[in-house]
Write a protein that binds this ligand. Structure first.
Ligand code: FES
Length: 185
């Protein structure tokens, strides 16, 4: 066996994670847990802090949290999946948030969401395998006159119908192509 070969395990989504990364995440989680008491009501603030630090909530972090609070792992998982604010997947380089507030819903927000799902080949709450994009939904972002809205990297884009989804993705592709050319020059 190659002594330099990295040990890998899989995260919540079956993606490979190096042992080093897993150890780093564990250290970060333990550091956060130290600053909280063992009362169950600390669960949500702990989850928020761990997610803010790691970008999402890996399975191992949820297990550490359950042990710290002395509660079943399934209770932690239940809270994480109940609240929209928590992520089970690592964030992508670009975030795509489809607004499903009333105005956007009336103007076809779900059709836009379906278009994003099809084009990226992921469901909401997931990240593409190349970690380029993550997809989720949001409630009204205050730009109802531009409905249906998709927030791309925190920037609201108006009138995002399926054809515009293609346009946004094409722009990212061109940007990536230009970056690739810069590195080969
Ligand atoms: S409902 Fe989508 S921006 Fe208001």
């Amino acid at each position: 066996m190659n002594p330099k070969a990295k040990t890998v395990t899989q995260n919540n989504t079956g993606e490979e994670v190096s042992a080093e990364k897993e150890a780093r995440d564990r250290q970060e989680t333990l550091k956060i847990l130290k600053s909280f008491g063992r009362k169950r009501e600390n669960l949500i603030p702990i989850l928020q802090k761990v997610q803010a630090r790691l970008g999402y909530l890996p399975r191992e972090a949820m297990m550490e949290i359950a042990t710290h609070l002395g509660i079943p792992e399934i209770d932690v998982y239940g809270v994480v999946t109940f609240y929209n604010q928590f992520r089970l997947n690592p964030p992508g380089k670009h975030s795509i948030r489809v607004c499903l507030g009333t105005a956007c819903h009336m103007k076809g927000g779900y059709i836009t969401l379906d278009a994003w799902k099809r084009r990226l080949d992921i469901n909401q709450g997931e990240t593409t395998p190349d970690r380029e994009f993550d997809l989720d939904t949001v409630a009204c972002v205050g730009c109802c006159t531009m409905a249906p809205v998709t927030v791309v990297d925190n920037q609201p884009e108006g009138k995002v119908e399926p054809t515009k989804v293609d346009g946004i993705l094409l722009a990212f592709e061109l940007e990536r192509g230009a970056e690739g050319q810069k590195t080969v020059r």
